[in-house]
Design a protein around this ligand. Sequence first.
Ligand SMILES: Cc1cc2nc3c(=O)[nH]c(=O)nc-3n(C[C@H](O)[C@H](O)[C@H](O)COP(=O)(O)OP(=O)(O)OC[C@H]3O[C@@H](n4cnc5c(N)ncnc54)[C@H](O)[C@@H]3O)c2cc1C
Length: 455
Amino acid sequence: MSAARPRVVIIGGGFGGLFCARRLARVDVDVTLLDRAACHVFQPLLYQCATGTLSIGQISRSLREELEHHENVRTLLGEAIRLDPAGRRVTARRPDDSTFDLDYDYLVIAAGMRQSYFGNEDFAAWAPGMKTLDDALSIRRRVFAAFEIAETLPPGPERDQWLTFAVTGAGPTGVELAGQIRELATRALANQFHSIEPEDARVLLFDGGDRVLKTFAPDLSARAQRVLEDLGVEMRFGVRVSDVRRDGITVSPKDGSPDADVATRTVLWTAGVEAVPFARHAAEVLGATTDRSGRIAVDADLSVPNHREVFVIGDLTGRDGLPGVAENAMQGGMHAAACMRRDLQGKRRKNFRYRDLGSAAYISRGHALMQLGPVKLSGLSGWIGWGFIHIAFLTGVRNRFSTVGTWLATIARSNRSDRTFILGGSGHPEEPYTWESPVHQGGSSRDTSGEDKTA
Ligand SMILES: Cc1cc2nc3c(=O)[nH]c(=O)nc-3n(C[C@H](O)[C@H](O)[C@H](O)COP(=O)(O)OP(=O)(O)OC[C@H]3O[C@@H](n4cnc5c(N)ncnc54)[C@H](O)[C@@H]3O)c2cc1C
């Protein structure tokens, strides 16, 4: 360790990185929090942003603003691209493609997971995932534009394609998205079109398992399924989406029955997660083992074997089946900070113990699930509990107040206040009007940073 104060570099300002940085504010170290997006995103509410209830500003907060009173913490915009464990140096890329180096005594890798297409990266061009603000805005554009395009078409198969929405993955995110699109179609949009009937929109939810929300108890999952059926969501289980194209998908049943093509112009992908590219590189140069999705194996104190100075926290942690949920990331961040403090005090590190504070999933207006040990809530009581939890953990007091205000207005008026979507504006070749162009596809700026999660 260097003679000056120990330098801590944290990669990623999600739940794990942010909680680690906050906890280190009281420790005698200099902290650099590096994030490729410079803001903390409250991922559990991304779907509300995608479907027009909340704005991106309500579910995110600038890390610089969030940490402005933590004098020993600086925040930097940049994407970690290289790790030199022997030299204890991280190289980061700025958005203009230039690079800079950060030296560390302690490194905390909290870069999260990104959507996985199971090796079919070409699907991403037609089927955005749901991990970043870019994803949420891309989904918003596709969903609202699909209704608008359908309005301009005569009745027939082409219009029907635009009014068919396919969602892959029946975990919490897929369920939330599917339910929200049907709610949009049957409430907020119901009386606003002249040519189409928005409530005719079909929402298809595909999953390889045999029920929705399989991390929840079977009775809760069955209740969620009934609510979705009442909403009009069509569920297909025991299937895999094996191809995604501009104008449709192919669905392959796991029992070997023949494949079926579904004509749709809107596909939303929530089916799997994998480690961000930097994490895979880091694992390799650190000589660490990873699981199939790229989670990095760590010792009981969350440090990488043979690298006591490197911690892996949050979704990237590969140990004891730790869940990919916000609570695990927050507790991991605070634990890594506590280990560093104990090192400086000459005390032995403690092992990480995850305390399960339960899971929650939103189904539709007035319906959510909550599960904590033997306590199971659904319907209205689950919905109220879900609301309290999400407000409690949303970053920033202003965001909490404005989100509660927006929710109350949405409940009272059934409208969506953040429906604005952006198409290319200038006519410049790099800003085309149509999103089905190489520029938009290449520029979807997928985060290098989920299987689906619950609270
Ligand atoms: C749609 C959705 C809904 C969810 N709902 C719930 C829920 O209801 N309850 C719940 O408990 N959990 C939920 N989760 C899971 C929860 O959000 C994650 O478990 C949690 O965010 C993980 O925290 P993390 O710090 O490990 O990673 P993240 O929060 O993903 O943060 C990673 C950060 O690292 C940054 N980053 C990535 N790569 C780099 C790089 N190379 N260089 C620099 N920065 C980088 C990213 O910009 C990001 O800010 C949900 C997740 C999603 C996607």
